[in-house]
Design a protein around this ligand. Sequence first.
Ligand SMILES: Nc1ncnc2c1ncn2[C@@H]1O[C@H](COP(=O)(O)OP(=O)(O)O)[C@@H](O)[C@H]1O
Ligand SMILES: [Mg+2]
Length: 449
Amino acid sequence: MAKKRQLFECQACGYQSGKWLGKCPNCGAWDQFLELTASQQEVLKTTSKTASSTQKALPITEIKEERFARFSSNDSELDLVLGGGIVPGSLTLIGGSPGVGKSTLLLKIGGNLAKSGKKVLYVSGEESLGQIKIRANRLDANEERLFLLSEIKLEDVFDELYKEDFEVLIVDSIQTLYSEKVTSAPGSVSQVREITFELMRYGKEKEVAIFIIGHITKEGSIAGPRVLEHMVDTVLYFEGDANRELRMLRGIKNRFGSTSEVAIFEMTKTGLVSAKDISKKFFTRGEAGIGSAITVVMEGSRPIVLEVQALVAQSGYPNPKRSATGYELNRLTMLLALLERKLDLPFNEYDVFINIAGGIKIGETAADLAIIAAILSSFRNRAISKDTVFIGEVSLIGDIRDIYNLDIRLREAKTQGFVRAIVPKLPIEQIENIKCFEATEVSKLIDWM
Ligand SMILES: Nc1ncnc2c1ncn2[C@@H]1O[C@H](COP(=O)(O)OP(=O)(O)O)[C@@H](O)[C@H]1O
Ligand SMILES: [Mg+2]
């Protein structure tokens, strides 16, 4: 008889091996390897496959489109990032560091949905019912159709689920639940995977929309959420500093929509509310300091005017320091090298620090020009005119490249009261009240500052 293949798995990171190991070669954790049982191996196989093998191939022309009857979460920001609302039977993972606002958002959403007639179950393994009630009072989420359950055993959660016909299930958090079927500790890779698999099976069968909250620690150690990404339909991660009021909920994966949209919230006493007038949160008008420059970035379909800051200071070290918050460090190093070459500036003797206001992370290159302007402003100790925005990508050879959605960005800058824009190329249509100047090369930038 053929011997069953043994498979061991690190409970900290999910690394798999054919034999038991003391130390995980992937994450370095000690004594974390557990042998997977036959049924766990089965779960693994099922979750890595999307269709059953008994199905027959069909010509694409004969296949009908799937229609998703979405319903609104009654929160315009969440609807936006979900791709237009909640899909029944879908499973959404919401990750983020502790204190960022996951429970706050989902309790409020639970309240919203209950108010609109949906029957919602909120399962918490983190807090007592009394604690959640206090939060619900604050968030105005006291709704008859919102049910709370304080439970950490998955089997007991299912008992409850089968008693009533809930339409939405919220699990706070995946790391606190455990299933009796798995021997390892709550929060371990086998546990979170088994629980997610069981919930997914239930959700798809009963057409229940499920939200799972997962903690992610600062170091990015993610026994949990990351190993689930490939299983679930949608993955949203919270960004933003717990000490600041702005939070961004970014789509990482979405089987039912685009991942380019970002929900932007503000943390208030009554919970996370849609950040009205988003643009005004990321810059202060009229306070142009030395080392500060304004640009316009796109977050999904929305333009955001924001301030980038640079500090350039004579270095006391043989290797000068470079640091960037909210901007890619490699890109900063590249821009500095370019400035040394093109403008003959001795940045190898200076420390350079970059910060993006409001805790936003810039993921596009259109802010390059503003970064350079801020660096030059700090280096020359001269403030830039407070009426100017800088928009443009800088290439390795020092020319300034065209960027997409220039007209949308310029209109937003105009709305926010800016009258001058330094851009790669003049827009085809002149925009009223904002004068554009074409900067084709980094060396020309100084002329406009
Ligand atoms: N009474 C309150 N008023 C305003 N904000 C509060 C209040 N209580 C808690 N918060 C905010 O809510 C945050 C906690 O959010 P929470 O949803 O519990 O985070 P998570 O579930 O992601 O760990 C705290 O960081 C705090 O900023
Ligand atoms: Mg919480």
